[in-house]
Design a protein around this ligand. Structure first.
Ligand SMILES: NC(=O)c1ccc[n+]([C@@H]2O[C@H](COP(=O)([O-])OP(=O)(O)OC[C@H]3O[C@@H](n4cnc5c(N)ncnc54)[C@H](OP(=O)(O)O)[C@@H]3O)[C@@H](O)[C@H]2O)c1
Length: 345
């Protein structure tokens, strides 16, 4: 494969973290990114250079480009945490070299060199050689959400209770978890903010779907919690919604925060519940899980590939936006519900 000296990319315009946090929506690209040309990078010994076929846009990417993710920005570097592509060059270390020419899913968190570009750099350890049966759209969204879905459903299973609660129920991640739950007889209670998402979520495995905007939401929530006694609360929203849910949950409830889609302050309504009812609040971050549960990583990756291959899982696609048009088109596409937006170099 002939590798050019320069490439097109969406480059970060900010450094480090923001001092003025904002919401989770992407109102425009310009304050955070610019389309530019940079030198094609050279992989280090443990890294690979990837010719990017498709790169996904996740809420973590939006948080990152805004400078409000758990990792600092580097001005002038491409953004984008994951994608799919072909390995065009490798470092000298044996595992990196073994990936030469392969079609892989990759994550860029460790290399800090993003996927929204013609070429990207990833640590070989953060690459997954793909089965031919995995489509590019699924491959480009293979790591962040699918592995998190498997990891968080492991937590639900370990706790033992069949019922559990999820906010942002119509997210790609919750839809993957709902599928896992249905197969194993678990009963997800999910919240959404649009009535039209209720039938779809019931169909894919949710036992209860509650619209957080409905006037009777709090009463319905209390009834469902009383009947189902869920102890695990997987929360991507935080803010007043999560405070209400946690407050209504029974003793020994675990509130696991893995996203912060609502910019409003999150209040612990009744701190006494942490003291006298043994309720807990904790966080989940895939990067940390990958470091902690190395033995579970390989099986989880294989499981995700099999599920995408046999269509038990599939990635809902809202739009595939050419890199050259991304600055103008991405915010409007991201504002549409029910699917993922991809960038195609
Ligand atoms: N901690 C980790 O390791 C980790 C790993 C993977 C993902 N995540 C997090 O998981 C969450 C879901 O990711 P995804 O890629 O699956 O998302 P996604 O498919 O892009 O969907 C986002 C969902 O969030 C909902 N939402 C957005 N803002 C909201 C708000 N203010 N209040 C209530 N709901 C809101 C949207 O509702 P509508 O449908 O109504 O628009 C949509 O259903 C994100 O927060 C992401 O950062 C965390």
């Amino acid at each position: 494969m002939t590798i050019p000296s320069e490439m097109k990319a969406l480059l970060l315009t900010g450094d480090g973290y923001t001092r003025t946090p904002s919401g989770s929506a992407l109102e425009a690209m310009e304050p955070y990114l610019e389309r530019g040309t940079v030198a094609v990078p050279t992989p280090g010994p443990s890294q690979v250079l990837i010719k990017v076929s498709l790169a996904s846009i996740n809420p973590s990417d939006v948080a990152f480009i805004k400078g409000q993710y758990g990792q600092p920005r580097v001005k002038g570097r491409p953004a984008g945490f994951e994608g799919v592509g072909t390995v065009a060059a490798t470092g000298d270390e044996p595992y990196a070299a073994s990936l030469a020419g392969k079609r892989i899913a990759f994550a860029t968190g460790l290399s800090n060199w993003g996927a929204w570009a013609d070429y990207s750099i990833a640590e070989a350890a953060a690459c997954i050689p793909l089965l031919d049966t995995v489509k590019d759209e699924d491959g480009a969204a293979m790591i962040v959400n699918p592995i998190t879905a498997i990891a968080m459903f492991d937590i639900v299973k370990q706790e033992g209770e069949k019922a559990f609660i999820m906010t942002a129920g119509a997210s790609q991640l919750c839809k993957l978890i709902a599928g896992l739950a249905r197969e194993e007889g678990f009963r997800p209670i999910v919240t959404v903010r649009r009535d039209e998402q209720i039938p779809l979520l019931k169909e894919i495995g949710a036992a209860h779907v509650l619209n957080e905007k409905a006037p009777d939401f709090q009463a319905t929530l209390r009834e469902v919690i009383k009947a189902e006694q869920p102890r695990i609360f997987l929360d991507a929203v935080t803010g007043p919604l999560a405070s209400t849910i946690f407050n209504a949950m029974p003793k020994r409830a675990r509130w696991i925060i893995y996203g912060k889609l609502d910019a409003e302050a999150t209040v612990i309504r009744e701190p006494g519940q942490l003291i006298f009812q043994h309720k807990h609040i904790e966080g989940f971050w895939l990067s940390e899980w990958m470091r902690q549960f190395r033995d579970r990583r390989g099986p989880a990756i294989l499981e995700a590939q099999k599920r995408f291959s046999d269509r038990r899982w599939s990635t809902d696609v809202t739009a595939v936006v050419p890199l050259d048009e991304a600055m103008a088109k991405v915010p409007a596409e991201l504002a549409k519900p029910n699917g993922k937006v991809f960038i195609k170099p």
